[in-house]
Design a protein around this ligand. Structure first.
Ligand code: DGJ
Length: 723
């Protein structure tokens, strides 16, 4: 496993626990993609680079699967790189220059994966392109990114600089799976046939977006949840992104992706370099479920910020749906008392606590406590919350400003705008220009002050509009189109600086729901808010899409009031809880209106959640029955050693289930006996997986939690299992 040479020094094989990826240099110095898929028995079984036969109107290079095609010569593939040189040459000719291999090992306490760097070069202009391949063996993933360095003497303008092009083997046809959505309806899993031509998935909105999420999966069209080949990838970037899924008339199928080249350019002065965001890719021979589990494991083991990565995510209460902007010390304390009584661990004060914020029309930018609402500051509330045994968390939206704010009045030049256009307002706010150093310094100072002066264990970092008029008046003329990237880098830098100063603070990414969920944000933030839609039934579909890419310990879900404020759908309290318990449990209802009986149910289910939390947050996820396919859906989380599992099942109709509802757990130890929390009976893993478990879901919108754990000897999760 790791990195091997294929025959000849200029071809490499990257192997993970369950896949292989090969690339090599052909006789003309082009770096070609050779293979991606199932591991083959011997090194000599992998193909070696060869130039395709010529074909009219094409070049051999143009027909080859180039790992990182530049736009130049007769290469008409979607390019990874396009540059403008000082002499107005607009193409790029990349040839092999050298390589380096770094063994896997421990560096400064962290596990460094094996890494291959292949160096390409456009010689006349001395533009160096290093292609990085990190091999995560156990997680079955490869990380790719490129570093482009101007080693010449004149500036270069990069016009396209993607992270990678991924190729799937030539086959009769492919199906694309991807995630689309909208506000309150994010991460909807969608499938489409790939045909000759291009499918474009992208965001041009300044951030990741609700409308599409940077993930893809390709399969022959008949792969299933636990069967068949699936090639997949996800980008670690929280700004404008683009995936071009391209099938050529010659049967090549590739996905080229990275920072969106729309309205983009980046100036490289001599000696400067540009590093693309990471693009993670993997091959699963065992369906979509195994593909997701690889991504989940990677997030848990490698990506999520340390030291919090493995810590249990607390059960939180958030007051937004209960109080909106009407926040006060007494009102929040009343809710905090109820929240503490049902077992909440983190009490979060949402929007409305700062500046002149009595609605969404004012206050953003002024990160000081609103004196009318909290005349004594936040301290007494925090003190009370802590006294009740909970941590305190706070909402912020640092990248935004309302024109009605002290910040805007003193620095109207700090927002993106085009000089002759009025700035288009969205939710009455404008976007701060994070390319400007002073803006980042102001935000760092304001947030640091907040965190220093108050005992804040958690920040919910919101982002409630997309970009318009993305101009930078006063910025360097040739760097105007860099704002798309500079904003994201500025956002990352801010979070990283805050994290290193306040390492115990939990960060949650929110953007009017799930508008900024991606692997770039999850490298820097602990968890995400997937949607403002808190309807527990709609959430099942949103969670299903979310789980294709992102792991449950990042997926926050609140139990809110019934009927739901947005959909007006009424759902049983247990159903609402069970739906939210499939991720990081939160409560978002107005607890003042919950009856004593409801509060008791809540207390029982919060206790249950804490007991199964290690399974949900650290276990492997199996999607047993997809929402939308049948009357019921089900999801399972399995302990890493298979010693325990929890299954959540949901009846999705108002009436009884039609026919028999039965679920088939997966991944159990076939020989072991498992005791079921529902019947108390012990059954062998093999029998459970083959014969299934009959669900008791009669009546409308019923749900069930079933715990399975080793009957003969305690599982590592025994202490956490409910009695
Ligand atoms: C959008 C978020 O998604 C909500 O949860 C809430 O925090 C509001 N913003 C507050 O303005």
């Amino acid at each position: 496993m790791g990195i091997d040479h294929l025959a000849g020094a200029k071809s490499w094989l990257l192997t993970t626990s369950r896949s292989a990826y090969a690339l090599g240099v052909d006789g003309e110095g082009n770096l070609q993609h050779l293979y991606w898929g199932e591991k083959l028995p011997r090194l000599e079984d992998y193909p070696l680079p060869a130039l395709p036969a010529p074909y009219s109107f094409e070049s051999p290079q143009g027909l080859a699967n180039l790992e990182y095609p530049g736009w130049g010569g007769l290469i008409f593939a979607e390019p990874c790189l396009k540059a403008l040189y000082a002499d107005f040459t607009r193409d790029v000719v990349l040839k092999y220059e050298g390589f380096q291999v770094f063994e896997a090992g421990e560096v400064a306490g962290a596990l460094r994966p094996a890494e291959l760097v292949v160096q390409l070069r456009d010689e006349p202009y001395r533009l160096a392109v290093d292609l990085h391949y990190r091999v995560y063996e156990e997680e079955n993933l490869i990380e790719r990114f490129a570093v482009v360095e101007n080693q010449g003497e004149q500036a270069v303008q990069l016009e396209i600089v993607h992270s990678a092009a991924w190729y799937v083997p030539r086959a009769a046809s492919y199906r694309l799976s991807y995630l689309v959505g909208k506000w309150a309806g994010e991460t909807q899993l969608t499938r489409a046939q790939v045909v000759v031509g291009k499918i474009l998935l992208e965001s041009r909105r300044g951030s990741t977006s609700h409308q599409a999420n940077p993930w893809f999966a390709l399969d022959p069209g008949d792969s299933e949840e636990e069967r068949g080949p699936v090639w997949f990838g996800a980008l670690g970037w929280s700004g404008n992104w683009k995936f071009c899924v391209e099938q050529t008339p010659y049967g090549q199928v590739r996905v080229t992706g990275g920072v969106n080249d729309f309205d983009f350019s980046w100036r490289l002065e001599p000696g400067e370099s540009f590093r693309t965001p990471p693009f993670y890719g993997g091959y699963s021979g065992a369906g979509f479920g195994a593909a997701s589990r690889a991504l989940h494991r990677f997030q848990r083991n490698r990506l999520l910020p340390r030291p919090a990565a493995g810590r249990p995510r607390p059960v939180l209460y958030n007051s937004w749906e209960a109080t909106a902007f009407e926040v006060s010390e007494a009102g929040q304390i009343a809710l905090a008392e109820k929240a503490a009584a049902i077992g909440v661990e983190l009490f979060v004060l949402d929007d409305g606590w700062f500046g002149a914020r009595s609605s969404d029309r004012a206050g953003l930018g002024d990160w000081t406590v609103n004196q009318q609402k909290f005349p004594r500051g936040l301290q007494p509330l925090i003190h009370k919350v802590n006294e009740l045994g909970m941590d305190f968390g706070l909402w912020v939206e640092p990248e935004m400003v309302n024109p009605a704010s002290d910040l805007y009045r003193s620095h109207p030049e700090w927002v993106y705008r085009f000089p002759a256009r009025p700035g288009t307002l969205s939710r009455n706010q404008l976007v701060l220009n994070l390319a400007i150093d002073e803006v980042r310094e102001y935000l760092f100072a304001s947030l640091s002050r907040l965190l220093e002066e108050n005992r804040i264990a958690y920040l919910k970092w919101d982002h409630n509009r997309h970009f318009s008029e993305p101009g930078w008046p006063g910025g360097p003329p040739q760097r105007q189109r860099e704002i798309w990237v500079r904003h994201v880098l500025g956002f990352y830098e801010l979070v990283e600086r805050l994290r290193s100063r306040f390492p115990q603070t939990i960060f949650e990414s929110c953007s009017g729901g799930g508008g900024r969920v991606d692997l770039g944000v999850l490298q820097r933030m602990d968890q995400c808010w997937p949607s403002d839609n808190t309807d527990a039934l709609d959430r099942l579909g949103i969670h299903h899409g979310y789980s294709q890419v992102y792991c449950a310990r990042t997926m926050v879900a609140w139990v809110t009031d019934s009927p739901n404020f947005a959909t007006r759908r009424a759902l049983p309290l247990e159903f609402r809880f069970h739906s939210a318990m499939t991720g990081v449990l939160g409560i978002g209802g107005n607890l003042n209106r919950w009856s004593e009986e409801e509060l008791q149910v809540a207390r029982r289910l919060v206790t249950l959640y804490k007991q199964i939390r290690p399974l949900v947050q650290d276990g492997d996820q199996y999607r047993l029955a997809e929402p939308g396919q049948a009357d019921f859906s089900a999801v399972q989380y399995l302990a890493p050693d298979a010693s325990a599992a929890v299954v959540f099942a949901f009846l999705r109709t108002e009436g009884p289930a039609s026919g028999e509802a039965r679920i088939f757990p997966r991944g159990l130890s076939p020989e072991r006996l498992y005791r079921l929390s529902t019947s108390g009976r012990a059954r062998r893993g093999a029998a459970l997986m083959k014969q299934g478990i009959r669900l008791r879901l009669s009546g409308g919108f019923r749900s069930q939690v079933i715990l399975l754990r080793w009957a003969e000897r305690p599982s590592a999760f025994e202490g956490n299992a409910p009695r």
